[in-house]
Write a protein that binds this ligand. Structure first.
Ligand code: FAD
Length: 322
């Protein structure tokens, strides 16, 4: 019988596991993909917004050659921490449901059943893109995940969205030699785009290297074009590839099966939990990391979400001691 089973081996799930293990609790993580699976899926050359010390877990220093760590620095760092702490991590095993009660939970996974006294949900949000809900969205030249520009050189690419991910993708694609058209639902590039990225994008639009349509809405995607409604009337934009970078959301169906109740007073449907312990309304079931924000996926990130680990571990250790 484990004292605590953690669902998800992202940065926050790892932090939870190592803090619990250091408190002497029998701990394991179940992860449906690879170790730090979400970060593996990030753009190949992405640079974190945070400086390295703000991404550290378990007190391990995060040395990098750069002021801001790259994706591969973070992969190396978190995977090293997991290995150094000899965490019990069960990879490529998906958690499906949770039965029982605190002290005697049964977690059903794709590989069998695991008994545990307590469960921490640290499943993030990166697996489920926010759909556009338009015809053609499932065509093979449409993706909700951007990796790198090289396969699009000398091609027309439509990027949908005006936040950090779309801004960075549009700039990288343009510099690599793609012809980018940006479709923006609002009247301007979002003010939430980082202060060192936004002016770069605004200036590339002003000089005509990137075409941008504001107050514009995609109505359909065809194999060779995107249909857009704009204030000046409908447009047909020829395209070879479409990046619909319209954000992601947590797996609410899974949260429901686990017994995580959404806060009815929160528009983002964030889980109801005690902020002092991160315990949900189901005793013995905790939430940690980005999943705590529900659909507000930028409410919690690594910088602030990593601290959930100490709160949960301290609470569980006190409970075991009592
Ligand atoms: C491009 C980009 C740049 C970012 N830059 C920064 C930054 O500079 N600073 C910062 O603080 N944050 C940043 N973030 C946000 C940060 O990466 C996330 O907040 C962070 O990954 C959250 O960690 P987590 O452990 O809560 O979730 P995740 O890292 O998403 O981990 C969740 C894990 O749960 C697993 N999982 C899901 N469902 C199941 C299941 N049913 N069974 C088993 N396992 C499951 C997933 O496979 C995944 O590995 C960035 C995000 C993006 C997309």
């Amino acid at each position: 019988m484990l004292d605590v089973l953690i669902i998800g081996a992202g940065p926050v799930g790892l932090a939870c596991a190592l803090e619990a293990q250091r408190k002497g609790l029998r701990t394991a993580i179940v992860e449906k993909g690879a170790l730090v699976n979400s970060i593996i899926g990030y753009p190949t050359n992405m640079e974190f917004f945070s400086t390295p010390e703000l991404l550290e877990i378990g007190g391990y220093p995060f040395p990098t050659a750069h002021y801001k760590p790259l994706r591969e620095d973070a992969l190396d760092y978190y995977q090293r921490v997991a290995r150094s702490e000899k965490l019990d991590i069960r990879l490529h095993e998906t958690v499906l449901k949770l039965e029982g009660e605190q002290g005697n939970f049964t977690i059903t996974t794709s590989k069998g059943e695991i008994p545990a006294r307590n469960v921490v949900v640290a499943t993030g949000f990166y697996d489920l893109p926010n759909p556009l809900g338009v015809p053609g969205e499932d065509l093979p030249h449409v993706s909700h995940y951007y990796k790198e520009p090289f396969q699009h050189v000398l091609q027309h690419v439509v990027v949908i969205g005006a936040k950090n991910s779309s801004a960075k993708a549009a700039l990288q694609l343009t510099r690599a030699g793609a012809k980018v058209t940006l479709i923006v639902r609002g009247p301007e590039i979002s003010s939430s785009v980082k202060y060192w990225i936004r002016p770069d994008l605004v200036n590339r639009i002003a000089e005509g290297r990137i075409t941008a349509h504001f107050n514009a809405c995609v109505t359909a995607i065809r194999p060779d074009a995107v249909e857009v409604r704009t204030p000046d009337g409908p447009l047909t934009i020829p395209t070879d590839f479409v990046y619909a970078l319209t954000g992601y959301h947590p797996d609410e169906a899974l949260l429901g099966r686990l017994g995580v109740e959404p806060d009815p007073a929160d528009d983002a449907r964030a889980p109801l939990f005690n902020p002092a312990t991160h315990e949900t309304t189901r005793p013995g079931l905790f939430v940690a990391g980005t999943v705590c924000g529900g659909r507000a996926t930028s409410r919690w990130f690594i910088e602030n979400g990593r601290h959930h680990a100490q709160l949960i571990a301290a609470h569980l250790a006190a409970q075991v001691a009592a």
